[in-house]
Design a protein around this ligand. Structure first.
Ligand SMILES: Cc1cc2nc3c(=O)[nH]c(=O)nc-3n(C[C@H](O)[C@H](O)[C@H](O)COP(=O)(O)OP(=O)(O)OC[C@H]3O[C@@H](n4cnc5c(N)ncnc54)[C@H](O)[C@@H]3O)c2cc1C
Length: 407
């Protein structure tokens, strides 16, 4: 055991080649990604948007670091969830790191979904160029109120049968990466009424298809995701039968295939960012003098540092439990909800304490801490708000208790 939990490279029982990948990812991020993030205060649009993405991904490709989670047949390394945990954490040390290795949301989650559900033809058309970084993608589920949000049963966007395919009508919002995406995975209702669970279907549509319009960018506090978070309008978008992803009416089941792992990879990347905020804060507090000692040696400074170490270690441990469960083929609903809720909140606490430890510098753009805070806060809302996960965690626990007491 080292005397700090902040740099975990290679400490978890991964194969040696994964530990080596963690080290090389970490080096790449420090050499080529952090300087750009720091120059542009983590604003990906100011830093060049898609042009920057291509440039960083070319660097990752040259170093053999691109899309390590993707299937081997498409050029990835096929890393398991457990194996990718420390690699993505190393990438997440920069808020542009996931993007640089082509493991950012929503593309990374969409790759996972396509690898598990898509037909061979769909994989060739969409997964292969996505893994190579030739295009980006978007996952369109959330709708403006009163449509689908925390409660997916409110899904309003409809897909109705037409000759040889489906006609899609509806509105989506907060669709990450929509501006400039090469294709969309759309959740639409093919059965049942608004408010009923089930009856959703996922459909694929290329950007620019008639009837598919990317609207306004919703202005949000974060800045690191290429293509923003946009409104998307479907007005008579017609897609062929071959555009259905998986089976008709099974969309909500497939959403779980995507969302469980995607929640964990978000925890991995934001954990890396929290580690950076913590390291910067400890370095600041260890050198900044006040009241006759370094801030880091004052009791309340020590408490914030210790609590950060505890939150980082606990997040990593819960993440690993969920990854092991996912790797065994379990849906890991309870484990991923627990890791997402604890991790999302703990990461927020770590970054907030880091900001406090750094004083005025903590809220300035001279240190990365404020920009990291801006990035991690929305994670308590997307991938299921904390309240929705607590609601689900409690329901499962109560259901298990009732089963025990009734038998
Ligand atoms: C930065 C960002 C990126 C996003 N990217 C995407 C994307 O790419 N694709 C996509 O489809 N969506 C995306 N979303 C949308 C996101 O998934 C939704 O914001 C989220 O599901 C919550 O839905 P909502 O905003 O409609 O909140 P609402 O459903 O209106 O909920 C509001 C609040 O109510 C509370 N609440 C909800 N349910 C319960 C409950 N059971 N018990 C107690 N309290 C509860 C929670 O505090 C919640 O935050 C993104 C959102 C953000 C902020």
């Amino acid at each position: 055991m080292t005397d700090t939990m902040a740099d975990p490279a290679g400490t978890v029982g991964s194969a040696p080649d994964v530990a080596e990948l963690v080290t090389r990812t970490s080096q790449f991020v420090r050499d080529e990604v952090l300087p750009v993030e720091d120059t542009f205060d983590g604003d990906v649009t100011a830093a060049g948007g898609d042009h920057l993405r291509r440039q960083l991904q070319e660097g990752a490709r040259t170093r053999g670091l691109l899309a390590p989670h993707a299937p081997v047949e498409y050029g990835g390394r096929g890393l398991s969830m457990t194996e990718r945990a420390r690699v993505f954490e190393a990438a997440g040390y920069s808020v542009f790191g996931g993007l640089a290795i082509n493991a950012a949301a929503p593309d990374e989650g969409n790759m996972h979904l396509l690898a598990h559900v898509a037909t061979p033809a769909q994989r060739e058309q969409y997964l292969a160029p996505l893994v190579r970084g030739e295009m980006r993608s978007a996952f369109a589920m959330t709708e403006p109120a009163p449509g689908a949000g925390s409660d997916p049963a409110a899904l309003k966007t409809s897909a109705t049968r037409v000759a040889g395919g489906w006609r899609i009508d509806g509105r989506k919002t907060f669709i990450t990466g929509a501006d400039g995406a090469g294709f969309f995975i759309i959740m639409a209702r093919t059965r049942g009424e608004v408010g009923e669970r089930g009856g959703g279907t996922m459909l694929l549509a290329p950007a620019g298809a008639p009837g598919l319009q990317v609207g306004r960018h919703v202005p949000t506090m974060d800045r690191s995701m290429v293509g923003g978070h946009c409104e998307v309008i479907f007005d008579g978008l017609v897609v062929p039968d071959e555009a259905v992803l998986g089976e008709v009416d099974q969309g909500f089941s497939y959403a779980q295939v995507r969302l469980g792992p995607a929640r964990m990879t978000h925890v991995m990347r934001w954990l890396g960012a929290a580690v950076r905020a913590h390291e910067v804060a400890v370095e600041y507090a260890a050198t900044r003098q006040g009241f006759g000692s370094a801030i880091a040696d004052l009791g309340m400074g020590q408490q914030m540092i210790a609590d950060n170490e505890i939150d980082l270690a606990a997040t990593r441990a819960l993440l690993d439990v969920a990854c092991v469960a996912l790797d065994t083929g379990s849906s890991a609903s309870q484990e991923t909800s627990i890791a997402k809720t604890f991790g999302g909140e703990a990461i927020g606490r770590v970054v907030d304490r880091a900001m406090q430890l750094c004083g005025g510098m903590g809220v300035s753009a001279d240190l990365p801490v404020a920009r990291i805070a801006r990035e991690v806060r929305p994670f308590r809302v997307y991938d299921g708000p904390s309240e929705v996960h607590r609601f689900a965690i409690a329901k499962r626990a109560v259901k298990a208790a009732r089963l025990r007491t009734s038998s």
